[in-house]
Design a protein around this ligand. Structure first.
Ligand SMILES: O=C(O)CCC(=O)C(=O)O
Ligand SMILES: [Fe+2]
Length: 509
């Protein structure tokens, strides 16, 4: 049964950054009300209500994202309790496979598969620089192929290993039944449906145009996400005696994608929530609480946390949620889904979060480059969470290049017939052009109605009520491919954003 509590305790605790971000978007949204929580005070989002577009739930979600940095998601029709239980049964069968099969599908050291774990000498990558070994054992599934640098190199050398499904990546049907890829892909589809509901909610909570995040998620190439079936064997010690173990469940880190959906069978997960405003002696200006918080097990609900991409898109108004798993005497299983964006999606601070007071403080990078660079850095022991500076080093990584701002909600009709010469196959907004360059390139008014630059001469309101100067350029496809010109989102849901979203530079910019 769903317990809904209206908790007043956090009502006056909006983080100053959140307040600024929201104030700059819409002065009317600063009014505080109460937040729906679980009985023990964790923010709770009723997904059924979010799906209906409930204003109250959207406000709950806004507070959860800005003030807490996480929430429990309840009433998730796509992932009912009995389905999750069956997935845990399947996970147990996968983790019960022999070391020989696990080794055949190893992710590293010449492997190109899906398994990692200390039981085959392949511990999880190190998330905290200088941290201790992780106990976690993982079967990972992703639709879009990406792999660790070492595995990619091995694949280039020998064309892959194993004879399982999907290029030898996953256990085949004679090794486990039903076959791994089929079960996990079905789950992936269910989680995708939930992700679209949550991303739509995030768009409303962030006051950005409808379709912005969902468009990035559904863009060509597909979401660059992963499902993990995780198993943590219990340690033969008292729960209080963690220090003696010399290992951890999984080291502190932030996840690299947009958001993460988590479910666990037993306690062990901890997160670092946002700090209440005024509590700024945590060493990081009060962005994060000083206390790690235990995430209680809630059978039919999911923990949702913020990933690196949402921190970058919101210019740090939202912060990626640090989390870790403690070593425990009891065994523990979890099902994790990283929800990413399409590989070539360009991630940079979105216009509404960049102001004179808060200039863009994150460089632009594509989803795939961020994943690849972060994984490589982990392989080299650089970690993702810096405990002494209390920042996510992966979320804050500087990819160089000029600061860019993503313009949202372009209101020109991008589907208008093209009159500007045969080679014109794509159009773009000013979103990915560095602001300085954009100003210099802007032709004098007299030329604006001819030439290749078709400016919108007056600021226009988009659906979210934000304004932005938009320059639409008609650009030969070859230039788009070279320059990474890119249109994201849309104001009419007509799908042009999706068509364009696969076009872009695959490099850090
Ligand atoms: O097992 C868990 O609950 C967390 C796992 C995790 O943080 C991860 O795989 O990134
Ligand atoms: Fe994680």
């Amino acid at each position: 049964m769903l317990h809904l509590h209206r908790a007043a305790s956090r009502t006056m605790m909006m983080h100053p950054l959140a307040a600024n971000a929201r104030r700059s978007l819409s002065p009317t949204t600063t009014k505080t009300t109460t937040t729906t929580t679980t009985p023990c005070g964790h923010p709770l989002i009723d997904v059924a209500k979010l799906r209906e577009g409930s204003d109250e739930t959207t406000s709950d979600l806004r507070r959860a994202l800005f003030d807490y940095g996480y929430f429990y998601a309840a009433n998730v029709a796509e992932l009912p309790a009995e389905y999750i239980r069956s997935l845990y049964d399947y996970s147990a069968a996968c983790h019960g496979l022999s070391p020989r099969i696990k080794n055949k599908y190893r992710q590293r050291d010449g492997g190109t598969g899906a398994y990692s774990g200390p039981d085959i000498g392949q511990p999880e990558l190190q998330y905290e620089a200088g941290g201790v070994d992780a106990r976690v054992r993982a079967w990972d599934y992703s639709r879009t192929r990406f792999s660790l640098a070492a595995a990619a190199a091995a694949r280039d050398d020998d064309g892959g290993t194993g004879d399982g499904d999907d290029d030898g990546r996953y256990p085949a049907s004679h090794e486990i039944h039903p076959p791994f890829a089929a079960v996990l892909d079905e789950c992936y589809g269910r989680q995708d449906a939930l992700a679209r509901v949550l991303l739509g909610g995030f768009e409303r909570a962030l006051d950005i145009p409808s379709g912005t995040l969902v468009g990035m998620f559904d863009a060509e190439g597909g979401d660059f996400g992963t499902i993990r079936l995780l198993h943590y064997p219990g340690d033969d010690v008292d729960d209080d005696d963690y220090d003696a173990i010399g290992t951890t469940g999984i080291g502190a880190h932030t996840d690299f994608e947009c958001f993460t959906l988590m479910h666990q069978t037993a306690p062990g997960l901890q997160i670092l929530p946002r700090a209440p405003p005024g509590d700024d002696d945590g060493g990081d200006g009060g962005h994060y609480s000083r206390e790690w918080t235990d995430m209680p097990v809630r059978d039919s609900e999911f923990v949702v946390i913020i990933g690196d991409m949402l921190e970058r898109l919101t210019n740090g108004a939202l912060l990626a949620t640090p989390h870790r798993v403690m070593p425990t005497a009891h065994p523990r299983d979890s099902i994790i889904r990283f929800n990413a964006f399409a590989p070539s999606t360009i991630i940079a601070p979105m216009r509404p979060f960049v102001t004179d007071e808060r200039p863009s403080s994150y460089s632009a990078v594509t989803m795939s480059t961020h994943m690849e660079v972060t994984m490589r850095n982990l392989e080299e022991g650089m970690g993702s969470w810096d405990e002494s500076r209390r920042i996510s080093t992966s979320a804050r990584r500087d990819y160089g290049g000029e600061r860019r701002v993503l313009e949202l909600g372009v209101t020109e009709d991008l589907r208008a017939p093209k009159k500007n010469g045969g080679g014109v196959v794509a159009q773009r907004c000013g979103g990915c052009i560095p602001e300085e360059e954009w100003r210099q390139r802007r032709p004098p008014p007299a030329q604006r109605r001819t030439g290749i630059v078709l400016p919108s001469t007056r600021p226009r309101l988009n659906r979210a009520g934000t304004v932005g100067p938009h320059v639409l350029e008609r650009t030969p496809m070859v230039d788009v491919l070279k320059g990474g010109g890119y249109v994201i989102g849309g104001n009419d849901g007509a799908g042009w954003g999706r068509r364009m979203a696969g076009v872009g530079s695959n490099e850090a910019m």
